[in-house]
Design a protein around this ligand. Structure first.
Ligand code: GLC
Length: 483
């Protein structure tokens, strides 16, 4: 598999070697396999545009087209992704000028990940209230005719939207499982909590983090036509030709006015192949899925995103220990602890390119209280590469599929998320896999390039709020219309 360094394994005993090779075989994805996965991905994207209930939901965002670059003004936004609540006040000054932002982060207490809807929204409303109080002078001027400040709400979960100002949560993903939210409109629930606390704010746009990243990146650089977020979860967004989204008509009837326009699609591609026809799932993946907050869902995401990579690796270590290949005869209760290994552990391990592998040895000692022998260190180092390489290669399938869907051979992708930015070798490995899938000539430059997305959940949300208010022109948004 591209990107692997099997030479690390030189000198390890044969029994260890054959176990590593067996694991490697189950993690390897050849070029033909990558292509098959990408082809199926493309078909699934199309299917999601034509019908409800497809693995990849292809959610409508009601963001109708790219920003002009002239959007200006100050906007509040809330970014809710599951770990923190970030409240921002952003001053947009048009494409040519830098934006200015004031922001505060509030940690979402772990117990609120599985609380009730009321408690969750009260917490988020409280964060907004605190922010406005603290930055009172800056916020005051933003009130509209009704005395409220417009706010864009970035909610990074799959929702069904009939307009820019509503969204029914389809299902929780990642680590959240708050009761009473699935099947309900998150905008009305959050707005009710804000009203109850008398926080003078009106939600004017509901935004997914990928849609925010698409709009903010395109605002800065109009050549960016796809956005991708790979952090705790994995997802992507792009603009689709309105006429190709045939499922709209079955819901809303024909809409002549919008038919030659573009509609932002939040693909929710983390759900690719939930029906398990294509993904090369290993028994490690099956266990990670079973132990996850939402078994049976987001199967693709669980092979590529940050929340799960450490867990996959933990399952491998548990198996190796069970086979007596690492720390034989020693109890390792720490390996039974969910999430004891996170994606940053793997990234740090991968960054150790030394011969001695001292850093990875120290890492295992410090985080897992494991004293590895020199052979064990080599094995553990190599297995980290397997997990990271497979993730990057699978990730590339989604980008290749969207490029094909958009019928573009060259494209700039606005990429965001800790895995993308911080995970050692992730970007290079993805690009290499893209080259294999899309069959770029050997010596050619990269036809698809990744660019750091502008802050989508903050700046992107602010731009979307500006676009919404501009269209609204002081009135109210029509129920079906985007803007
Ligand atoms: C999960 C969410 C999706 C989000 C992604 C990245 O896949 O379902 O909405 O965009 O994580 O945060």
């Amino acid at each position: 598999m591209q990107g692997l360094r099997p030479e690390i394994l030189a000198g390890i005993p044969d029994d260890m070697y054959s176990i590593v090779r067996r694991i490697e075989d189950s993690f390897a994805i050849s070029t033909p396999d990558l292509r098959k996965l990408a082809n199926h991905f493309e078909r699934q994207l199309e299917r999601g545009l034509t019908m409800d209930g497809s693995d990849i939901p292809m959610n409508l965002s009601w963001v109708m087209g790219y920003p002009t670059g002239k959007e200006k003004g100050r906007y509040l936004s809330v970014d809710f992704g599951g770990t923190n609540v970030r409240v921002c006040n952003t001053l947009l000054q048009g494409r040519e000028e830098d934006f200015q932002m004031t922001q505060e982060k509030y940690k979402l207490p772990v117990h609120l990940r599985s609380t009730s809807a009321e408690k969750l929204w009260d917490f988020v409303a409280c964060c907004v209230g605190e922010f406005i109080e603290k930055h009172h002078d800056e916020c005051e001027g933003q009130r509209n005719q009704t005395g409220r400040m417009p706010l864009a709400f970035t909610f990074s979960y799959p929702v069904t939207q009939t307009s820019i100002t509503d969204g029914i949560l389809q299902k929780w993903t990642k680590a959240l499982s708050v009761s009473g939210v699935e099947g309900n409109d998150v905008v009305s629930q959050f707005q009710a909590a804000l009203d109850k606390r008398k926080v003078p704010v009106q939600i004017v746009a509901l935004v997914n983090d990928t849609m925010g990243a698409l709009i903010s990146s395109n605002y800065r650089d109009p050549e960016v036509k796809i956005s991708s977020v790979i952090s705790t979860g994995c997802n992507a967004a792009y603009m689709e030709d309105y006429r190709s989204i045939t499922k709209i008509e079955s819901h809303f009837g024909p809409d002549q006015e919008a038919s030659d326009r573009l509609m932002g699609i939040n693909t929710e591609l983390g759900a690719y192949d939930n029906s398990r026809n294509m993904l090369p799932l290993t028994h490690f993946d099956e266990t990670v899925d079973r132990l996850s907050a939402h078994p049976g869902t987001q199967m693709y995401e669980k092979m590529v995103a940050g929340l799960y990579l450490g867990e996959i690796y933990r399952m491998i270590l548990i198996e190796l220990h069970g086979l007596g290949m690492i720390s034989p005869g020693k109890d390792l209760p720490i390996l039974e602890r969910p999430d004891v290994i996170d994606a940053s552990f793997l990234s740090v391990a991968e960054a150790d390119m030394s011969r001695s592998l001292d850093e990875i040895k120290d890492l295992f000692k410090e985080k897992l209280q494991m004293d590895l022998t020199p052979d064990e260190v080599k094995v553990c180092r190599y297995l980290v590469e397997l997990v990271g390489t497979r993730a990057a290669r699978l990730y590339a399938c989604s980008i290749a599929a969207i490029c094909r869907r958009m019928k573009v051979t060259t494209c700039r992708v606005g990429a965001d998320g800790s895995v993308f930015h911080k995970y050692t070798h992730f970007k290079e490995r993805s690009l290499h896999a893209l080259r294999e899938i899309l069959d770029w000539p050997y010596f050619s430059e990269d036809f698809v390039t990744f660019h750091n997305a502008e802050d989508g959940s903050g700046v992107g949300a602010a731009i979307i709020a500006a676009m919404a208010l501009e269209k609204q022109g002081g009135g109210t948004l029509s129920p079906k219309a985007g803007f």
